[in-house]
Design a protein around this ligand. Sequence first.
Ligand SMILES: [Zn+2]
Length: 457
Amino acid sequence: MTALLALTLAHAATVEVALDVEDAGVLTRSQVESVAWHALSRDVGHDAVFVEAHGPAVPGIEQWTMRVSWDPQVIKVDGHIFATLAPRLRIDDGSGERQWLGTALVFDHPEHGWVSLPDAALMRTFDRARGKLAEATWHALPETHALRVVVAVDEEFRADWGEHWIDAVHARIDRANAVLERAGIALTVTGYEAVDSDDAADMRAMLRSLDRLELPDRADLRIGMTGQVRALSATDMEDVAVAFVPGQTLLIADQRPALRSLASWDATEEGTAMAHEVLHALGVPHLAVPGQLMSPEKAGIVHSLSPVAATLARGAMEARSTLDPMRALLALEDSARQLSDRRDAISFITHNMQAGIGVPYPGLVDPDRLTPLGNAALGRYYLRQARNSPTDADRYRRTAALHSRAALARLDPRDEWGSLLDEFASALCDESPWHDAEGRAVCADAPAVRRVENPPR
Ligand SMILES: [Zn+2]
């Protein structure tokens, strides 16, 4: 008996779990802790201690990071269709983050009608994650992803730096990479171009003319370096550097030549501007976090990148590096959920698809595989296409209607961006005179969805 007990204790290990619970009004933090504690204890033999954030490592105690959030999901039970929330579980046990998307559960309660069972759904999701986390539905990109750049250097930049212009470029790329590393991105120069810039042009005009050059096959982005425009009293990041959001061209105005007398001038400032514009090129908008890279204010040298900016950049990289439009779309809609402004989220998805593998051919994507955000983004894109190409307008409108209806059908009562989808649906109605086979307006027959409430506690 004693030997058996000793054996059991030897297998049990304590893990410190930094638990992050999305407050979606579904389960409280302590309810999530309870489900997680039982799953770790029963399935992995661990005794879990929950903390908000990890402190210094303690020998013999593993440190895990766990996040529980909720995704809108539509399920069908006994012929009824329900829009509800499903658990998404992310676990990092030290060997990289793995992710599981669970299935929502609902139950026909004798008194309260249909109720959702989020704790049971979360338990079932932990069941899927059991067994030393072997099986995952989603894998992150390799830790660092090369973004290939061609550097276009104008005559002023070359004249200012003389024979050292390549060193000057590399100093700036190195500084940008020091910041971008946090998003797992490494700029890799694959070629140089000598360009002549128009002496009368401003930054925007120079950016547009650079953007007209065809991008070499070996490059994902073109970075222009000019010695011409010097914004010494810049308060905006875009006074020193500009990019299309998203796009494949950015332009950095070198500040150092104008400050030749300052021996202490540091290339880090242009490196910060370069990293900022690279993220714009990947579709990351300004994020109002002071002192962080994507803040619109030019605050000198910045080293920190917010987790939101890093997640968006990773999603964009993943979408641009795959040949599978569905995978690109899923990566984009997953990371776009970080943007609280749903309009930004929608344009992040569609613009990055256009910059990468392209938007799927109408009818190719099953709306049921997408979240409301993904459906809204595709709906809006096809609607725009319908306006731009009159010959294929009907086909585009039909696909736009399918995706917008799917977005509306999955609306959840707790969804903050319901009003945007309503607005989107009415825009679809106003702008698209398309009618279905029976002559009904596409906007008139969005499926009625039964709302699911949480069980009373
Ligand atoms: Zn900016």
